[in-house]
Design a protein around this ligand. Structure first.
Ligand code: UDP
Length: 374
């Protein structure tokens, strides 16, 4: 008999297991995949750590979380500074003075502000004329935040490809993740701490699960009665709708497909992340994995490179769920599951799939560390 059965060896499950193990509890971690690490899993392809389930860049403002992960594995100095490609024209992200210079040829913050303020005012007037006082969707939010030029060039096509829905049907909060700043600073994140574990994310997961019993290729749902009998408490990190046999209906997700290839060049695109923001290019971005861990002259020391083109599609049963779609319908369905989950004293639900939340890595770890032990 274990104290905890942890269903899912992703970041939430592994962090929870670490904490419980440290506190002297007996833990068993199971995962339906043949490997641990969930979506932060890396695979070494020809000497390069490939982020198999999409690019993961660790960033946080929380010194406690940063110290926690750094005590397990050293982090490198990677700073995310994606480039956007719109019809062959390159722009820096996030929206900053470099972007505004590239877009309008402006040089000073005052010139850039004047340009954006004028476009914001037009958006505000249009909303006012329609009797709207709060942005109701991503399009309205983007127009108020940054104006039409940037919305049309760098946001609309990318967002509609990523989410498979018009920007008028998406929640405004998605775009509030992106900083807007009037300095020449291409760092995508505002957080104080950022980096990638030296040697890739598998190192981090290994340290978290060190000394803990783990079984991979084990699907909880293949024999629920058996697994439930293994522990006095369950930490479930899978899809919450599946846990309850979809009784309130399916939650919707976006899923991502990767086309990964090794190219016979040392440096394909000169940056880890290039977003393709026009609608006509079928993929959303190209990731060149070596740039997450090899900097400066080290880039050319490996004579080849590995890239992944990322395609976003609607989730269908049997596919991997990635991004929760937090629109009204899905939120209403999720709320029913959440309320039902709260009635089960012996099960804790945590992580992106069980909480149906668009979590970054650091908040996932933070939540797992805060989770009370019973
Ligand atoms: N986004 C955009 N253009 C870009 C990058 C991002 O419009 O070039 C928008 C898009 O709506 C996306 C959101 O910003 O869903 C959040 O982007 P982020 O890079 O944080 O997404 P993630 O890396 O988590 O997929």
């Amino acid at each position: 008999m274990y104290d905890y059965l942890i269903v899912g060896a992703g970041l939430f499950g592994a962090t929870f297991a670490y904490k419980a193990h440290q506190a002297g509890h007996r833990c068993l971690v199971i995962d339906r995949r043949p490997h641990v690490g969930g979506n932060v899993r890396c695979e070494n392809v020809d000497g390069i750590n490939v982020h198999c389930y999409g690019a993961h860049i660790f960033h946080t403002d929380n010194a406690e979380v940063w110290n926690f992960v750094n005590a397990l594995v050293p982090f490198n100095r990677y700073t995310n500074s994606p480039i956007a490609n719109y019809k062959g024209q390159l722009y820096n992200l996030p929206f900053n003075m470099n972007t505004f210079h590239q877009m309008w040829g402006v040089h000073t913050p005052a010139e850039a502000k004047a340009k954006i303020d004028q476009q914001r005012a037009e958006a505000l007037q249009a909303m006012h004329d329609a009797g709207i006082d709060q942005p109701r969707n991503l399009e309205e939010q983007a127009l108020l935040l940054i104006g039409r030029d940037i919305y049309e060039t760098l946001i609309r096509g990318y967002t509609e490809k990523q989410w498979g829905r018009p920007c008028t049907q998406l929640p405004a909060f998605i775009i509030r993740r992106l900083p807007v700043r009037f300095v020449y600073d291409n760092n995508y994140f505002n957080d104080a701490y950022q980096g990638i574990p030296v040697g890739g994310y598998n190192q981090l997961i290994q340290r978290l699960l060190d000394g803990i019993e783990v079984r991979t290729s084990c699907d909880y749902f293949d024999d629920r009665t058996h697994w439930d009998a293994q522990a006095r408490h369950i930490v479930y990190t899978g899809e919450i709708d599946r846990f309850f046999d979809y009784r309130f209906g399916h939650l919707q997700w976006r899923t991502v497909r990767f086309e990964t290839e090794t190219l016979p060049t040392s440096n394909h695109q000169g940056n880890a992340v290039v977003n393709y923001t026009e609608r006509q290019v079928p993929y959303t971005r190209i990731i060149e994995h070596k740039h997450f861990e090899h900097f400066g002259d080290a880039v050319d020391r490996i004579p080849h490179t590995v890239i992944s083109r990322e395609y976003s599609t609607e989730w269908q049963p049997g596919m991997e769920p990635y991004y929760p779609i937090n629109d009204d319908r899905n939120t209403a369905v999720y709320t029913q599951y959440r309320d039902l989950a709260a009635t089960l004293p012996n099960v804790t639900f945590g992580g992106r799939l069980a909480e149906y939340r668009y979590y970054d890595m650091a908040p996932t770890i933070e939540r797992a560390l805060q989770c009370p032990l019973r």
